[in-house]
Design a binder for this molecule. Structure first.
Ligand code: SAM
Ligand code: SF4
Length: 490
């Protein structure tokens, strides 16, 4: 691990996600090194930013909530969005101006870019944006402190190869204090990368091959989270349900077995996982939804399209009918499960009929929520070179119709929750001081009176009404429920 650098005029501290309150001095009263982190993209990027924060914290960085207050700006990028790289370059242009101003005043600013855009751009990024000191890919971010030290000696550092060492082995554990600042819910990456090569997707190229973290590492991280007061863990992976590993009994475990073991950890009352691929949804995991009250009744199960022709062109390796049969099996195991999905409209070759197949599938499945995107070309993926690229106006029209249908289903799902009794994990203060916000088993934010309990409590409530961004509820009885499970009286 490298030490503080001469150009950063500060000492001990810690890093957190953008928006975390600044602590500009150490206990000793000396000025601290300050870092501003901006995180884009999925929960896996949020988790990665936290882990980079743990590493930088050990090197004496403290988080600040503005670029202006920072000695180091770390941008953790996502490549899924359209024109992702261009957006990063335009931000870097603004940082270049700030750095110039600092330099003219005798100060400095360091800039590090992490994540999937960093991985995809590599050396090109330092050529195109000389303001960047460090470019670091998703598999090498454990090397960030060392890269920053080299950068302070004037080197431009690009770390984007896929290393042989496991980054998780090299990263420091989060301290209990840092875990507590992040709240009573936590992410835990159990699987990374992807071998599925859907023809639209850049992930296999930016995140690399599919790798599962070993059982003992996952269990010790989960135990540390529980000991620091975390009550709900969301297991993360690009293909989280493809996770597998050798269990403590010598057998090969899948995610179904793993969630049982995590549920047995004292203090962990709720478990979620995301994102799942339909082909990896095995019986053990489906049965865990039936048998394990700690496993929340919510499943993000992207299908992308309802047309077999398009699914084939996307290399999803399942049909629409197989997906629907899978949904039926999952609902047979856990009837109240809330399903969400991802959809892409306007994949090359998608006709009106193909799109109508997608709309039909959505009506048949009925989702509680979904993310939907216009297909956008990812350079280097097979989809980029396919014939039949769809006109932007057609994509927009299809997306509008699809989102209207999903929004209607989300509202219906919320309305069906009214009158139900559910356990709520209280997560954060509400916008009004007399309110507190919890999370339903089905992942909806639920507002209750602040007197209902304190953050970290799991309370039993009756859902009273729907609101524009969630639900409202009232406590049922006075006892706190000790499980994250759901029950119904209507
Ligand atoms: N592993 C997950 C799966 O198999 O469904 C998805 C992970 S991907 C990071 C998240 C979502 O981004 C995808 O489900 C897809 O809907 C969307 N996406 C990925 N590439 C895209 C592209 N080129 N154009 C539009 N949407 C895209
Ligand atoms: Fe991308 Fe998911 Fe397909 Fe993998 S399975 S290539 S992460 S969409």
């Amino acid at each position: 691990m490298t030490q503080a650098t001469p150009t950063l005029k500060t000492q001990a501290g810690e890093l957190a996600d953008a928006g975390t309150a600044a602590k500009p001095t150490t206990d000793a009263g000396t000025a601290a090194k300050k870092v501003f982190v901006k995180t884009y993209g999925c929960q896996m990027n949020v988790y990665d930013s936290e882990r980079m924060g743990d590493a930088l914290s050990r090197d004496g960085y403290q988080p600040v909530d503005s670029v202006e207050a920072a000695d180091l700006v770390l941008i953790n990028t996502c490549h899924i969005r359209e024109k992702a790289a261009e957006k990063v370059y335009s931000q870097l242009g603004r940082l270049a101006q700030l750095k110039k101003k600092r330099n003219s005043e005798g100060g400095d600013l360091m800039v590090a870019v992490a994540g999937c855009v960093a991985q995809a751009e590599g050396e090109e990024m330092v050529r195109r944006a000389p303001v960047v000191d460090v470019v670091i890919g998703p598999q090498t971010y454990h090397r960030l402190p060392g890269a920053l030290a080299k950068a302070c000696n004037g080197e431009r550092v690009v770390e984007t190869e896929f290393p042989t060492e496991d980054k998780f082995d090299r990263l420091p554990d989060a301290t209990a204090g840092r875990i507590r600042t992040r709240g009573v819910t936590a992410f835990l990456t159990v699987q990374e990368g992807c071998d599925k090569f859907c023809t639209f997707c850049v992930v296999p190229y930016t995140r690399g091959a599919e790798v599962s973290r070993p059982v003992e590492r996952i269990m010790s991280e989960a135990e540390r989270l529980a000991a620091a007061g975390v009550r709900e863990i969301t297991l993360l992976g690009q293909n989280v349900n493809a996770w597998h590993g050798q269990g403590s009994d010598g057998r090969e475990w899948g995610l179904g077995e793993l969630v049982h073991r995590i549920a047995a950890i004292e203090g962990i009352d709720r478990i979620r996982y995301t994102t799942s691929h339909p082909r990896d949804m095995d019986d053990a995991l489906i049965n865990a939804h039936r048998d394990l009250p700690e496993l929340m009744p919510y499943l993000h199960l992207p299908v992308q399209s309802g047309s077999d022709r398009i699914l084939k062109a996307m290399n999803r390796r399942h049909t629409a009918a197989e997906y629907i049969r899978l949904v039926e099996r999952i609902r047979a195991a856990r009837p109240d499960i809330a399903l969400s999905g991802d959809f892409i409209v306007g994949f090359p070759g998608e006709t009106d009929e193909d799109f109508e197949d997608t709309m039909r599938l959505i009506r048949e499945v009925s989702y509680a929520a979904a993310f939907s995107f216009k297909y956008s070309i990812r350079p280097g993926t097979p989809g980029a070179g396919m014939d039949g690229q769809v006109d932007e106006a057609v994509k927009s029209e299809r997306l509008t119709r699809l989102q209207a249908l999903i929004n209607e289903q989300t509202r219906d799902f919320g309305r069906q929750c009214v009158g139900k009794i559910a356990n709520l994990l209280l997560e954060k203060p509400g916008r009004n001081t007399d309110q507190i916000v919890g999370r339903s088993p089905w992942l909806q934010p639920v507002i209750v009176d602040a007197k209902t309990g304190k953050i970290g409590d799991i309370v039993r409530v009756r859902i009273k009404q729907t609101g524009s961004n969630g639900l409202f509820a009232e406590p049922v009885g006075t006892e706190s429920a000790n499980q994250g499970a759901t029950s119904f009286d209507s």
